[in-house]
Ligand binder design. Sequence first.
Ligand SMILES: Cc1cc2nc3c(=O)[nH]c(=O)nc-3n(C[C@H](O)[C@H](O)[C@H](O)COP(=O)(O)O)c2cc1C
Length: 169
Amino acid sequence: MRVLVAYATKSGSTAGIAKAIGEELDRMGLATDMHEVSEIRDLSPYRAVVLGSALYLGRWQKEALKFGKRHADELRRVPVWLFASGPLDRSAEETDIPPVEAAVELASRIHARGHRTFGGRVTEETKGFVAHSMVKQGRGGDFRNFDQIHGWAQEIGNELLATPGLAAS
Ligand SMILES: Cc1cc2nc3c(=O)[nH]c(=O)nc-3n(C[C@H](O)[C@H](O)[C@H](O)COP(=O)(O)O)c2cc1C
């Protein structure tokens, strides 16, 4: 079985989360590709998809939402999980932060099996004037918790491996 981890990022933090998910699934024996949504044309090789986006101003990146809509028919036929990367504090470790409205709609359209919000990252390398001001004001930092991310990937991997017929396909 091949798994796709697709993501939309502005400054790379969400790519880091996607990579961590993909590496964990690979480690579990599930061959996994990680790609930015703009690089993906064909979903036919994949038996499961994890789709994630950075959050900016309370929204998913439009590329990720477009990807979800464009491939909705294919996504509906395979197990799909969604994730977002955002909060610049420890809140995503302490509570299950619900998906933003457009992600709720997408989840319902493609019958996603689950959603998780992970902490985000804003540093000097993050693009944009606002991000740089946030860092100067001490509101930046890296709040991605890779133990939490690996744990979620393991839940997904276990569910896929337990699905009759899927692991062998
Ligand atoms: C201008 C700006 C707006 C942001 N808005 C949100 C937001 O509404 N919700 C949130 O959880 N995080 C927000 N963040 C934090 C980013 O989502 C977080 O840093 C994310 O990890 C960035 O991902 P990327 O590096 O993949 O682009 C914002 C960051 C910036 C710089």
